[in-house]
Design a protein around this ligand. Structure first.
Ligand code: ADP
Length: 187
């Protein structure tokens, strides 16, 4: 977990590779659907371009389908999901059906000013339609209102691992990996 621009996607790839599990990014799945022009993509794009969350029902069904694929059977890292309380509940029920549970919830802690400048830089480089300044600000607001409160819930469950997300990509990845190993030793 972490605000837009915290580096979740980059870290998710590295950390998932380190542990030999797939990184599952709801943002990437939505973007793939948008590029392929699927009906899911057409629907999702309306929300993404405004910096709003795609409705839970759409996101939840998509996530359940993805988790049922064979590569996720022995573990996975979720990037960008859950983002709402209803997604937390849904994930709990999907995992319960599979007899699985979350091991850790990693929060990347970053400085908000730094993030905004990273996102605007990415907008210039990659041309993501949801990286304009106005949309970036809305994504921050939506994150702070709907998603940031979920970290307290996972902290209560004893799952939250907070990691400093500032610094070089490799440094942050090493911190996440160490934090997970340390948490699993003390569990
Ligand atoms: P970021 O975290 O940098 O904002 P993502 O690539 O994770 O970007 O997500 C891009 C967009 O995809 C979000 O702004 C939202 O519209 C949609 N999205 C991704 N994950 C979810 C989710 N779990 N629930 C609802 N919408 C989502």
């Amino acid at each position: 977990m972490g605000p837009p621009g915290a580096g979740k996607g980059t870290q998710a790839q590295l950390v998932a590779e380190h542990f030999g599990i797939p990184a599952i990014s709801t943002g990437d799945i939505f973007r793939a659907n948008v590029s392929n022009g699927t009906s899911l993509g057409v629907e999702a794009k309306r929300y993404m371009d405004a910096g709003e969350y795609v409705p839970d029902e759409i996101t939840n069904n998509m996530l359940r389908d993805r988790l049922s694929e064979p590569d996720a059977a022995d573990g996975f890292l979720l990037d960008g999901y859950p983002r709402t309380l209803s997604q937390v509940d849904f994930l709990d029920s999907v995992l319960a059906e599979q007899g699985a549970e979350l091991d850790y919830v990693v929060e990347l802690v970053v400085d908000e000013n730094e993030i905004v400048s990273r996102l605007l830089k990415r907008a210039a480089e990659e041309g993501r339609t949801d990286d304009s300044e106005e949309v970036v600000r809305n994504r921050m607001r939506v994150y702070n209102e709907q998603t940031a409160p979920l970290t307290a819930l996972y902290a209560e469950r004893g799952l939250l691992v907070r990691v400093d997300g500032m610094g070089r990509v490799e440094e942050v990845a090493a911190r996440v990996e160490n934090a997970i190993v340390t948490a699993s030793r003390s569990a």
